[in-house]
Design a protein around this ligand. Sequence first.
Ligand code: ATP
Ligand code: ATP
Length: 152
Amino acid sequence: QDELRIAVGAMEMNDKTVSNVMTKIDDVFMLPDTTILSTKTVAEILRMGYTRIPVYSGSRNDVVSLLFVKDLALLNPDGNFTIQTVCNYHQHPLRFVMEDTPLRVMLDEFKKGEYHLAMVQRVITEGDADPRYELVGVVTLEDIVEEILQAE
Ligand code: ATP
Ligand code: ATP
């Protein structure tokens, strides 16, 4: 019964965190900020089918902006624009959450409507070294809704 499954899913949501439903970082389609947006590159981006693409500077652990596919619609493909140029122009907000954020909290955050994808990170503490952040995935509203609908 669908109603039962959804009710159970909603209840189970209370025990889960962002890390249980996120897309893991190795599976995230992201691009370096230096990428030149040629016709070929834009075609590749469209083929991937994602609406939002994390953009990194140097290493994949350093995500610095979000590219929205809709930003590419009016772009001159002969302009040799880099992703960095397009991102600086649009400045879509980039949000980070900790992997142990409860799903309920994340859902309430998405419901405010200011953003629909967050970068998920964890804190690494090794010995005396300063704690550092490591990116572990992305989470979207869709991931939480799936969790609610798919419970068994
Ligand atoms: P929308 O549905 O708003 O057009 P979308 O299809 O790109 O956007 P979502 O529907 O929000 O993305 O999410 C679908 C799934 O894809 C989720 O599991 C999400 O974690 C994952 N996802 C979103 N963006 C990326 C990306 N750039 N790389 C890999 N996975 C992603
Ligand atoms: P989502 O699917 O995540 O809700 P959306 O398509 O609804 O994305 P918004 O949430 O309205 O987009 O916008 C996200 C950010 O992009 C906001 O900072 C907004 O000001 C900016 N933005 C939206 N549309 C444009 C546009 N046409 N050109 C430039 N910036 C835009």
